[in-house]
Design a protein around this ligand. Structure first.
Ligand code: DAK
Length: 255
């Protein structure tokens, strides 16, 4: 697995994103690797909690724009792009995202797929997809809205602006903030405390809290993914992503 590094520390498993040259952008291989690793840890009866980590600079700067840019609606719908993430969200043992640096687009969405988000004090969160001529497609419009409410989710997604860790904690996206340099040890220590509990009880408790949160989330997520895939039929997606890759401002059609 080249896109991630994994390790175990006693009863805690760590999945560390490992694409430093791309600020841990989430390509399809990364989704496969994370799903496979998490499923492996879940099967292991000694593992009671999973911590997902990025680097100091970026938890993950989004889905991989270079990989996505040439895709069209045909490939998106045929291969059901990013449906693999459903395997990660189906993991029954608790998961913690420990976010330092950027958690943007798919990176913010990956953090929201975890049960608890912890942040370093310099973390930045956002859903900037609208600037690329698309929209969040890995849960952003659904999970973010449930977590922080409609108006705030609209404001963040429609403007695409980044927010700092303090704002993210205030609005309920982030559970706790730690000094950046202590984030990893604090996350591992919280994970170790959770993993000390009855594994079965934590799995049942997690399922119960998810039930409170997820009424018809699966319908919302499928709807969102189909819309995201459909956006690859638009010229705006090509222009938005090309502009990013060519480091220039996007010129969208005005219709
Ligand atoms: N994808 C690919 N490469 C990326 C990337 C990304 N998301 N983000 C950064 N990189 C690459 C940069 O291109 C650069 O590579 P080189 O040019 O050196 O080859 C390298 O990482 C370092 O980035 P920068 O030079 O830009 O670093 P800076 O510190 O100057 O800026 C930044 C950091 C995070 C502000 C900037 O990199 C940035 O704006 N990145 C893009 C953030 C973004 O727009 N993220 C949203 C991506 S779209 C789907 C559902 C959902 C999605 C996809 C599919 N389906 C249902 C199919 C999700 C979509 C997204 O997440």
């Amino acid at each position: 697995m080249q896109t991630i590094r994994t390790e175990t520390r006693d009863r805690v498993a760590v999945i560390r994103l490992n694409r430093p040259d791309a600020l841990n952008a989430l390509n399809r291989a990364t989704a496969q690797d994370i799903a496979e690793a998490a499923e492996g840890f879940e099967k292991h009866p000694a593992i009671g909690c999973i911590v997902v980590l990025g680097s100091d600079k970026a938890f993950a700067a989004g889905a991989d724009i270079k990989e996505m840019h040439p895709a069209g609606f045909r490939e998106m719908i045929r291969d059901d792009w990013f449906a693999t993430w459903d395997r990660f969200t189906a993991i029954r043992i608790p998961t913690i995202a420990a976010v330092n640096g950027y958690a943007l687009g798919g990176g913010c969405e990956l953090a929201m797929m975890c049960d608890i988000i912890l942040a370093g004090d310099g973390a930045r969160f956002g859903q900037p997809e609208i600037g690329l001529g698309v929209m969040p497609g890995m849960g952003g419009t659904q999970r973010l809205t449930r977590l922080i409410g409609k108006s705030k989710a609209m404001e963040l997604c429609l403007t695409g602006r980044m927010m700092d860790a303090q704002e993210a904690e205030r609005i309920g996206l982030v559970a706790r903030i730690f000094p950046a340099e202590r984030l990893e040890e604090e996350a591992l220590s919280m994970a170790a405390a959770i993993a000390q509990r009855s594994r079965l009880s934590t799995m049942i408790l997690k399922e119960s809290i998810q039930r409170a949160d997820e009424g018809s989330l699966s319908e919302g997520l499928l709807f969102e993914r189909r819309l995201f895939q459909a956006m690859f039929a638009l010229e705006d997606q090509k222009e938005g992503m090309a502009a990013y890759l060519e480091k220039r401002a996007a010129r969208f059609e005005r219709d």
